[in-house]
Ligand binder design. Structure first.
Ligand code: IMP
Length: 430
């Protein structure tokens, strides 16, 4: 992926998250000098398998598992300081030294305990119309950021300022908790006490991510900007309101680390060979019953952050084409092809019907997305093990045909195919 002309790559999820970005980031990070997260927070769960050992990372970029790669969290990330410290310590306890090559943007906003309280209270109050969030406080933290009542890493140096923000934040949170009929209250003093335990360490990690990345690219560095969640969870381009609260798509990468878009050379979309979604919201190609159970179990589709069973479905070409457009994808990395190895036939969504009328567009309203009927193409299964394939030519004919159809429907060339969770189970496509 990286070469003389390609030195800054954005990696984005093309569906509803959980596409296997952790694995692809890990593969690309081998050639990178710096890996940066640009949005989201500890709602993400990136799983990476190294020498049979599984690592699940929520905040720290997946590049962490290469000892020479610098890892940074950009200003677009909302940072839960205690999760970050736990993750640093988890990695250290497993022999991965990270703290001296980790940076967090001094402009990144913090997720505070009352953000999590608010997330939980709102979800509980909404009952069956809840979003199904990860309850990591993501929405409320971004809301405070946009409402200009957020606390940033740099602010930790000024305790009086922190008091002002936290006092107002906790009071506002309490009004909302009251509105939702929740007895639990935000406690500004407790927040300040907890913050004091992480302040020194966070300030020491503070950096200017934009300046770092620009310097890296001015030299001979190679930078990977790692997206979390997926394009259909983007606050603008996803299935609103069943989305996360950040710009997950490639357009958010530049703003989320502090560089100009002109520095980005390629945008690689990570897409599963089928589709999954976790949480509520419309999902046109969703499977039900036994077929869903089979795909879920074969793909081990259980959330890395919440452990929730994911909702499985067939590949949806309309979703992927929509994502290809809004991200300006230059290539695709198809993951989990091996999960389909045992199927007699595989369905590929190539269009939608809305009220009996064919539509090539992805509808804006969740209510309409919930009503579309997918139009499928039936592809022959390959009924062979792809997990041991290491080149395009080694793949069974029917698997190659399926991938070619994905490429045609998405209108984006496939650059990588992942056929298992291990680092070496990857096929590079010329
Ligand atoms: P939030 O980001 O926790 O506010 O959750 C909003 C929506 O995004 C919910 O449907 C979550 O299930 C979904 N979501 C958030 N993070 C991820 C992720 O990393 N993978 C898949 N879905 C996610």
């Amino acid at each position: 992926m990286f070469d003389e002309r390609t030195r800054c790559v954005v990696l984005v999820g093309v569906q509803w998250g959980d596409e296997g970005k952790g694995k692809i980031t890990d593969v690309l990070a081998e050639q990178a000098t710096l890996v940066a997260r640009y949005q989201g927070g500890a709602n993400a769960g990136h799983t990476v398998l190294v020498d049979g050992e599984e690592f699940i990372l929520h905040l720290i970029p997946s590049g962490a598992l290469y000892p020479d790669v610098r890892c940074v969290l950009g200003n677009g990330v909302v940072l839960d300081p205690w999760t970050l410290i736990d993750e640093i310590e988890m990695l250290q306890s497993r022999g991965v030294e990270i703290e001296d090559r980790l940076g967090v943007s001094r402009r990144a906003h913090l997720v505070l305990p009352y953000h999590k309280q608010l997330d939980g209270a709102k979800e509980a109050a909404k009952g069956s119309s809840r979003i199904g969030t990860t309850k990591r406080g993501i929405g409320p933290a971004y809301r405070d950021k946009i409402a200009r009542n957020g606390l940033r890493v740099c602010d930790l140096a000024d305790r009086d300022y922190c008091w002002d923000v936290v006092r107002e934040g906790a009071a506002a949170a309490n009004a909302v908790l009251d509105y939702y009929g929740v007895e639990e209250r935000a406690d500004s003093e407790a927040v300040m006490t907890r913050l004091a335990t992480v302040t020194k360490r966070l300030l020491a990690l503070g950096t200017d991510t934009g300046a770092e990345i620009r310097a890296e690219l001015a030299g001979d560095g190679r930078v990977l900007l790692e997206g979390a969640q997926g394009s259909l969870l983007d606050v603008d381009h996803g299935t609103y309101p069943f989305v996360t609260s950040s710009t997950t798509t490639a357009g958010g990468a530049a703003a989320g680390v502090g560089i100009g878009p002109t520095l980005i050379d390629e945008v690689l979309g990570v897409v599963k060979a089928y589709t999954t979604r976790v949480g509520a919201g419309p999902f046109p190609t969703e499977l039900q019953g036994e077929e869903a159970d089979r795909l879920r179990n074969l793909g081990a589709e259980f959330g890395a952050t919440t452990g929730r069973p994911r909702r499985p479905g067939w590949f949806d070409g309309i979703v992927v084409r929509h994502a290809a457009g809004v991200n300006g994808l230059t290539g695709l990395a198809v993951t989990k092809l091996d999960v389909l190895d045992s199927f007699d036939e595989v369905l590929l969504g190539v269009g939608y019907q809305l009220d009996g009328v064919a539509t090539a567009n992805f509808p804006e309203r969740a209510a309409d997305i919930a009503r579309v009927r997918p139009v499928y193409e039936k592809e022959m299964g390959w009924k062979a093990d792809t997990g041991s394939c290491r080149s395009w030519d080694e793949l069974p004919d029917a698997a190659r045909h399926y991938l070619k159809r994905i490429e045609t429907v998405a209108e984006v060339p496939i650059r990588l195919v992942s056929v298992g969770s291990a680092r070496n189970q990857i096929i590079r496509v010329d």
